[in-house]
Design a protein around this ligand. Structure first.
Ligand code: GDP
Length: 520
């Protein structure tokens, strides 16, 4: 197979959802369909071994670097599909957001009973900003949930995206009969083997008692409405993330997955291009290898300092042992230790292509956002990964004042690496750390101790709304207050940390001349 054929058959996506919507279950079922695993229950990090944050450290220690659940590749219908995990719960961090920079599409899992939940919304916004296609799987139809129209309406109004149901449910919970596939008007029954066929005038081709059922009649009326009055199918809008194909099903009962996967591979994009700092685009089919690092997983085991840097291959082909140049330093070296992640194993990669994600063993060479390029590529640097607005803050200091040097060196490196964000108070320069998830603080504390030999004192500042200022010259000292605390970020830009929504509104009403903005 040549380079073009290899790359064209790749699809790389992340599943986004609120905890408990069924992301792990769906991932497992997708892998089952791909034949990547033999039985469900092998995807790591699921309910049966869900850890409290402190346990997470212990478990990481026990398994060393264990990232099998971060990226998985499987085959389906001639395609090579890469799924990237977006950690939630206690594991939610900036890495979760950055993972979305490495994919070409996203699958949004929604619990039918709950609709759009906060974490889905946050992750969705990042996808939307990137304009990537979003596929929606409405899960848990085997339980009572919201009405299908209510769910579509909620998606459209909360997320500002059009919807196109690819399947339509007949009943739900106890009375869940199955789903109508819009493509061929077949009805896949939940509890029976044989598929049924819906006729053009919305009757059943076969004789089946369900036809007399109220749930069936309601579903068919709804389906008719969807066909007549719903948004039009528009491939272009799917590809720009302005319309989401919607599927109904039950991941737990492996129901609706095949319909989903079959359509997903038809409409999800092949690997897409990436923008460089010079404002040019690198195309996946370019011959020369290029890629960027979007995540660094540190080993929590103090005996093993090695880390794993996750790279998205943007163009060309990676081969083990190839020479690659790190754009930031201009240094060229052989990349010989790389892994790829299969469902129940990691293996050494010999070859990988644009769209694939590989893990590079790292002893401190790489930073998040780094570009690598291979022989034949022009010197290139990909656009910086976006900065995200942190929500949680901690004051931090060294326990031992004699260790200041180590302390600042540690902070500097961990901040550069993207582990945590750095802020400081205006006049006293007291360091403040910012994060999107609590886990980031714990990783910071742990690594400061193990890698920089520095115990730190962390003092929660709490949840804040961080806003940067366009016209810094107009800021006056009197605007600084406990409810609108003025601090500096790592680039010495001024940032207000607002107590809450109310304080933010109060401030913008009082000082309309100050133009506030947030990062993603
Ligand atoms: P995650 O936190 O999004 O990864 O969610 P999980 O996949 O771990 O699922 C959360 C819970 O919902 C688990 O107890 C699953 O067994 C359950 N679950 C997942 N899918 C379904 C489904 O289709 N129907 C029902 N009834 N439960 C489900």
């Amino acid at each position: 197979m040549n380079l073009t054929q290899e790359i064209e058959k790749r699809k790389t996506f992340a599943i986004i959802s609120h905890p408990d919507a069924g992301k792990t279950t769906l991932t497992e079922k997708l892998l089952l369909f791909g034949g990547a695993i033999r039985e469900a229950g092998t995807v790591k990090g699921k309910k049966s071994n869900k850890f409290a944050t402190s346990d997470w450290m212990k478990v990481e220690q026990e398994r060393g670097i264990s990232v099998t659940s971060s990226v998985m590749q499987f085959d389906f219908d001639g395609y090579k599909i890469n799924i990237l995990d977006t950690p939630g719960h206690e594991d939610f961090s900036e890495d979760t957001y950055r993972t979305l920079m490495a994919v070409d599409s996203a699958v949004m899992v929604i619990d039918a009973a709950k609709g759009i939940e906060p974490q889905t919304l946050k992750l969705f916004k990042v996808c939307k900003m990137r304009g990537i296609p979003i596929f929606t799987f409405i899960n848990k139809l085997d339980r009572m949930g919201k009405e299908p129209f209510e769910l579509l309406e909620e998606i459209e109004s909360t997320l500002e995206i059009e919807t196109y149901p690819m399947t339509w449910p007949v009943g739900m919970g106890q009375s869940f009969f199955g789903i109508i596939n819009r493509k061929d008007r077949t009805i896949n029954p939940y509890r029976e083997e044989e598929k049924l066929q819906l006729t053009d005038d919305y009757g059943l081709k076969e004789n089946h008692p369900i036809e007399a059922d109220e749930a069936f009649q309601t579903a068919v009326e709804e389906f008719m409405l969807v066909e007549e009055a719903g948004d039009d199918f528009d491939k272009e809008k799917i590809s720009t993330g302005d319309l989401t194909p919607v599927f109904f099903g039950s991941a737990l009962s492996t129901f609706g997955i095949e319909e989903f996967l079959g359509t997903y591979v038809d409409f999800a994009p092949m690997p897409t291009s990436r923008q460089t700092k010079e404002d040019t685009e690198i195309e996946p089919l370019d011959d020369a290898f290029t890629g960027f690092i979007f995540k660094i997983q540190a080993n929590m085991d103090p005996r093993h300092r090695d880390r794993l840097a996750f790279m998205r291959i943007v163009s060309g082909k990676f081969t083990r042992g190839m020479d690659a140049t790190l754009a930031r330093t201009g240094r060229k070296s052989k990349v010989s230790r790389a892994t790829m992640f299969m469902a129940d194993d990691t293996e050494t990669v010999n070859e990988a292509y644009a769209g694939d994600i590989i893990g590079l063993y790292d002893t401190g060479t790489y930073q998040i956002g780094d570009t690598l390029y291979g022989p034949g590529a022009k010197k290139v640097e990909f656009e910086a990964l976006p900065q995200f607005t942190p929500e949680l803050f901690m004051k931090v200091s060294a326990k031992n004042v004699m260790k200041q040097k180590h302390f600042y060196k540690g902070i500097e490196q961990l901040v550069q690496e993207g582990t945590i964000q750095y802020y400081k108070t205006m006049h006293t320069n007291q360091p403040i750390l910012g994060a999107v998830g609590q886990l980031q603080f714990e990783v910071f504390e742990h690594r400061m101790k193990n890698e920089y030999n520095t115990d730190v004192i962390m003092e929660p500042v709490g949840k804040k709304i961080a806003r940067w200022v366009e016209n810094e010259e107009d800021i006056r000292e009197s605007m600084n207050s406990p409810r609108s605390n003025l601090v500096l970020d790592r680039y010495d830009r001024k940032v207000f940390l607002f107590e809450n929504e109310f304080a933010t509104r109060w401030f913008t009403d009082k000082y309309p001349e100050i133009k506030l903005y947030s990062m993603l």
